[in-house]
Design a protein around this ligand. Structure first.
Ligand code: AMP
Ligand code: ZN
Length: 739
């Protein structure tokens, strides 16, 4: 082994630690890449790779299957509560027994739990929770996650528990690059990537692991004196001060939360606290050395390396793990309730999914006394936000033809309550997903609804004796025509007169947000298809009053209204028309961008592939769809026909240029803003002359970073984009309004 090699590994790991864990890069990508390349070359020439080499993170060969791992300490589930009333009861039971107790509040991350086993300072195994006792070995997959240290300063044995997540920004970025097969949900994307036998797939998802606990820890080689001072370990990177200085110098300076009293809490770290309990406690008791001994024997988290949850988190930080940006303490149920209200309010704006908060007793000695039930620890509870997932029986799968000919499977479910609404339909994405998830009719499935998207089936809860596999359709359910299947989707090949394709194409054309033709529902369009031979958009403009009234159920008034609505649509805006055409991958936003860039239909037809690709947020695939659409004779002919029947587009006019402090600025908001709602902040920026974007690209020239800002902030730093705080942002707005 060469000295240069270990030096390179150490340096690169330190850079990566600053980049991924601290969100604070200290070198440019170029510098990093140069050293990385040097290391790769050296490893190749010597045929050696160190156990913590960053080159191990790219993901190796495809695995044959999952091995099992027996957790040293069982991974428990958490007891749940769903109202503040229930939480109060839970808290007060503990307070009644112990007098004064400090609780910690953490996010409940919505991902996949993972248990990381370290020995001799090296990551040995990473495993899923499984049944709590035995999980699946996913070491190769987890090694690709950059926030998981391959080497830590602590040299004893320990199991660290955390959650594998995919950030919302990582998912958005992934989907921008893979629009043909987008990921729908961060949690499933993370779980699917970990439970995948190809570690390269895991690497490609850019996952994170956020840790929240130490399950098992060996006490050997441990100096108790030191432990209370600095978490019991040497600085993570010898000679490397900046990152850990605060932690090492003095626990009181640790920055777990901005709250003063947590600092105090760390300073006291246990000893003080026990005294407090002793003096105030109703059933107070002194915890003796013997108790502590017993606790350790219990095999618990009850370690002397740290004696509180706060200390545990500090230990994890000192060992280079990524912990949550949020961690608070509270001592009353009212204070806990207030924290939860706050978390709920900022939930949507976080860069990751959380489905609740976890409240834990801070003091590990009290925890040891409280112990466990069959399933849960008694010292912790999950406050779950309103359920967004439920289980119900899948009764049928119907195939709906979309306007592009793609067949979309729709699940027919036994109705179930989900976050306040009754759900009886859900999407199943595509046939390959149905196979992959082993979805069967008559089985119990999990349905999930997030925000305002259509509910989706996320997996199987249980199969029954009468469960039967979902069969793919053999012919188009709408026209009986021939189908073609690629690796993911099934398409109807009948492009000219498949009823399903035409009806959904025309419904889209007439829909709100597109041409907004009132009265042209899907049912009405079906009636026109069947009774009036309507086969194209142009045919809509050929309809007349007499034709309509000849149809069943179309009286004079209804017919008149529809004819009038179609007539009104002849004066459409360019962006609405482009959207209405239903070009694959072109949503409202993309249509607006196209209109703003090319100004007219002629401009669109003339646009080169490169020009389209140059539009902000346009990926290669979307650009191709647009370009190809305007190369297709049939599409051009139809557009010509529509125009000849009297549709006159208002050509694109840019909005009367508003000017203000944000003129010429393209702004991205990231992290949690305390003083503004996202939508408010966006409106302010636009009203003061600026534009806003969701992703950080080279076109962006200002980033407003609130609390907990993550990847977008990182990217902005890398790109050298100007970054301002919420306070500076507020000042700009105030100046702007005055000016
Ligand atoms: P459940 O599976 O709903 O019973 O909840 C227990 C799971 O919550 C654990 O297995 C963890 O994966 C997850 N979890 C997420 N965040 C935390 C946290 N801060 N502390 C403990 N567990 C958490
Ligand atoms: Zn068809």
């Amino acid at each position: 082994m060469s000295d240069r090699m270990s030096e390179l590994v150490k340096t690169l790991n330190n850079y990566a630690y600053h980049y991924y864990v601290l969100d604070n890069p200290i070198v440019s990508d170029k510098e990093y890449d140069a050293l990385y390349d040097e290391l790769t070359a050296l490893e190749k020439s010597l045929n050696i790779t160190l156990a913590d080499s960053p080159t191990l993170r790219v993901g190796g060969d495809i695995l044959k299957g999952f091995k099992k791992y027996t957790h040293k300490k069982r991974l428990y589930s958490l007891d749940k509560c769903q109202t503040k009333e229930e939480l109060k009861k839970w808290t007060e039971k503990i307070l009644a027994a112990y007098g004064a107790v400090r609780f910690t509040v953490e996010y409940k991350f919505d991902g996949l739990s993972v248990n990381l086993f370290y020995k001799d300072g090296l990551l040995q195994t990473a495993a899923t929770r499984g049944n709590g006792t035995v999980g699946e070995d996913v070491t190769a997959q987890i090694k690709t996650v950059k926030t998981v240290p391959l080497k830590i300063p602590f040299s004893g044995e320990c199991e660290v528990q955390g959650e594998v997540i995919m950030r919302k920004s990582a998912l958005a970025e992934y989907n921008e690059k893979n629009p043909q097969d987008p990921l729908k949900n961060e949690r499933n994307a993370a779980a699917g990537a970990v439970r995948n036998l190809d570690p390269k797939v895991t690497a490609g998802r850019k996952l994170d692991v956020i840790v929240y606990g130490v399950g098992y820890i060996s006490e050997e080689n441990f100096n108790t004196e030191k432990s209370f001072k600095n978490g019991g370990i040497e600085p993570r990177i010898p000679g490397e001060k900046s990152a850990l200085k605060s932690n090492i110098k003095d626990d009181a300076e640790a920055r777990i939360t901005s709250e003063k009293d947590t600092e105090k809490n760390i300073e006291n770290d246990g000893a003080e606290q026990r005294k407090t309990i002793g003096s105030k406690g109703v059933k107070a008791r002194k915890i003796t050395g013997q108790d502590a001994e017993k606790n350790i024997e219990n095999g618990g988290t009850e370690s002397r390396i740290f004696t509180t949850q706060t200390g545990m988190i500090e230990f994890l930080k000192n060992n280079g793990f990524k912990t949550a940006d949020y961690f608070k303490t509270a001592e009353t149920s009212a204070a806990l309730a207030a924290e939860i209200t706050e978390i709920e309010a900022r939930r949507e704006s976080l860069d990751y999914l959380i489905d609740g908060a976890v409240i834990k007793v801070d003091d590990l000695n009290i925890r040891a006394e409280l112990g466990y039930t069959e399933k849960f620890p008694r010292y912790a509870v999950a406050y779950k936000f309103e359920a967004e997932e439920a289980a119900t029986v899948l009764r049928d799968v119907v195939w709906q033809v979309s306007r592009t000919g793609k067949l979309n499977p729709l699940a027919v479910l036994d109705p179930v309550e989900l976050a306040g609404v009754t759900v009886s339909r859900a999407t199943l994405s595509n046939f390959s997903e149905i196979k992959r998830k082993d979805i069967r009719i008559n089985s119990r499935v999990f349905v999930r609804r997030s925000n305002d998207v259509i509910p989706e089936i996320t997996g199987i809860a249980e199969h029954f004796a009468d469960s039967v596999p979902v069969e793919p359709p053999l012919v188009c359910p709408s026209c009986g025509g021939e189908l073609r299947a690629d690796s993911v989707f099934i398409y109807c090949l009948n492009k000219t007169d498949c009823r399903g394709v035409i009806v959904s194409k025309l419904s889209h054309y007439a829909s709100r947000g597109a041409m907004d033709i009132e009265g042209l529902s899907e049912k009405t369009i079906e009636a026109f298809y069947d009774g009036l031979n309507v086969r194209s958009i142009a045919d809509l403009y050929r309809l007349d009053f007499d034709g309509l009234t000849a149809l069943d159920g179309f009286r004079d008034k209804k017919a008149r209204n529809i004819i009038d609505a179609i007539e009104r649509s002849k004066n459409a805006g360019l962006a609405d028309f482009i959207y209405a055409l239903g070009i694959e991958n072109v949503g409202k936003k993309a249509a607006k961008e196209l209109a703003a860039n090319f100004k007219s239909m002629e401009g669109m037809e003339r646009a080169s592939r490169a020009e389209i690709e140059g539009i902000r947020d346009f990926g290669e695939v979307t650009a191709s769809c647009v370009y190809d659409f305007f190369r297709n004779e049939k599409n051009l002919k139809e557009i010509g026909e529509i125009f000849s029947l009297g549709v006159k587009l208002k050509n694109y006019e840019s909005k009367p240029g508003r000017t203000g402090v944000f003129s010429g600025k393209n702004v991205v908001l990231t992290g949690t803003l305390e003083r503004y709602k996202r939508s408010e902040a966006k409106e302010m920026i636009e009203s003061l002359g600026g534009e806003t974007s969701d992703a950080v690209t080279l076109k962006v020239n200002l980033v407003v970073a609130g609390a907990d800002a993550g990847n977008k902030l990182e990217k902005a730093k890398k790109l050298g984009i100007e970054i301002i705080s919420e306070t500076e942002f507020q000042k700009m707005i105030e100046n702007g309004k005055r000016g």
